[in-house]
Design a protein around this ligand. Sequence first.
Ligand SMILES: Cc1cc2nc3c(=O)[nH]c(=O)nc-3n(C[C@H](O)[C@H](O)[C@H](O)COP(=O)(O)OP(=O)(O)OC[C@H]3O[C@@H](n4cnc5c(N)ncnc54)[C@H](O)[C@@H]3O)c2cc1C
Length: 496
Amino acid sequence: MRKGVRVRTIIIGAGVGGLSTAALLARDGHDVLVLEKNKELGGRARIWRKDGFLFDMGPSWYLMPEIFDHFFANFGRKTEDFYKLTRLDPSYRIFFPDEVIDISANLEDNMELFERLEENGADKLSQYLSQAKVKYEYLLDGLMYEDLAGLRSMFSPRLMAAGWKLSILSNIDKLTKKYFDSERARKILQYSIVFLGGNPKNTPALYSMISHIDFNLGVWYPLGGLGEIVKALQRLTEDHGGRIELGKEVTEIEVVDRKAVGVRSSDDFFEADAVVSNADYAHTEIDLLEKEFQTYPRDYWEKKTIAPSAFVMYLGLAKKIENLTHHNVILDHDWIRHFEQIFEKPSWPDEPAYYLCCPSKMDSSVAPPDCENIFVTVPISPGVEDTPTIREAYYDKMVTHMEKVLSTPIRDSIIAKRIYTLNDFSHDYNAYKGTAVGLTHTFSQSAFFRPRHKSKKVKNLYYTGQYTHPGIGVPMALISSEIVAGLIKKDFPAGT
Ligand SMILES: Cc1cc2nc3c(=O)[nH]c(=O)nc-3n(C[C@H](O)[C@H](O)[C@H](O)COP(=O)(O)OP(=O)(O)OC[C@H]3O[C@@H](n4cnc5c(N)ncnc54)[C@H](O)[C@@H]3O)c2cc1C
């Protein structure tokens, strides 16, 4: 390092992970440059505007508000300095084949619901949520913000002691069966793990903490959409002197003597003292580094459980739909077959369970008057065939199904439409097998077992974002960046 000169840090990718790391390092005095391949900021959390509609392209659930508060506090700021949050009520609506159930923001209402679903359902829900709270608080208090590199941290006395509380070796399917007899009660509690890219049988029971998150901490919405988070991160980066270049795809990380000396794009070379990759981890390792510098070469990724891709439809409707709320989950079919078609026998789901977001229900800024902004996501297997013909046929199938579930015609009212699926994820984000969210949170791909924040083969190369600990989701990407910024601070004290 050159003495007295600011550390030049290049960040590859302007997703939530890249921008949040950029903001933290710029605050720490680094000379930060973010290089993003796309023409827009935000990565999976980009927005798309069309004919008066504003679509969040990825995240739509704003969960764990305290993680955002924690992040902004790093800058002496509050969340409300950047956007206005509203708690949603109902938190979400589930369409079963024979009834529609609302999960309320009021716990008492949810107790009543569970009491109706099965004998002593209220007590059982209360006990289930208590164990979920213990897990959440334990993790938040310690593990969540720690760099868990290596097995040593796994055998820390604190974690060993807490092992039983965290149900480390059980899974969500077993845990919900232990507490509930009714299939419906279990399904309600299992749904949220779809956020982790898994299914109830391969997701550790530890993640039942998500029920504490949505039942107790609430489901929130930033007015203007989740794109507001990206704007806030951009502002923080630029206010602290960080720079962002769009439309700059990194093609190589140049390494000399096991140190990254800079990165190349098609027409430039950018010197660096440190490099942080927010780009998909597999892409960074396989495509941007020479084989000898890959900590996780191709065969590592081939053995992993890759999280689903998604079939996403952004639809602007020239009408209102009465029976929707902001977040809607359509569980019209038995989802076991859908999970099989994602993980075991990869194929397009013929009877999908899906999610439908309608933010125009509470935010008039995301759609023209008397219109509805609809965003539909169907999880699909990574790596299935994706052609224009398959997409259109699937779009047709989904619109027909939505018309049935919502008991209203939709097709002729669609005035804005975009389909986004597997090949788009691969093309736009360099996503391995077109995955939407990276690595599934199975036991062997969680916490200590996620790819490291710091390369083992290149001294000054770091990784942030959803592939690393703590994992998938916008709040998790923010935490990952706090961890990475901490590691870099140790390696480059004072940022100069
Ligand atoms: C459909 C969908 C719905 C979701 N819903 C939710 C939700 O409701 N709530 C929630 O919290 N999370 C949700 N998520 C997950 C969340 O969006 C992600 O976990 C998070 O945004 C990931 O951020 P990241 O920074 O790790 O990665 P990314 O957002 O993928 O950022 C990586 C960036 O790197 C760029 N890049 C890649 N290769 C290169 C290269 N060679 N050179 C330069 N740049 C490169 C990419 O273009 C991208 O901008 C959802 C995701 C999807 C796809």
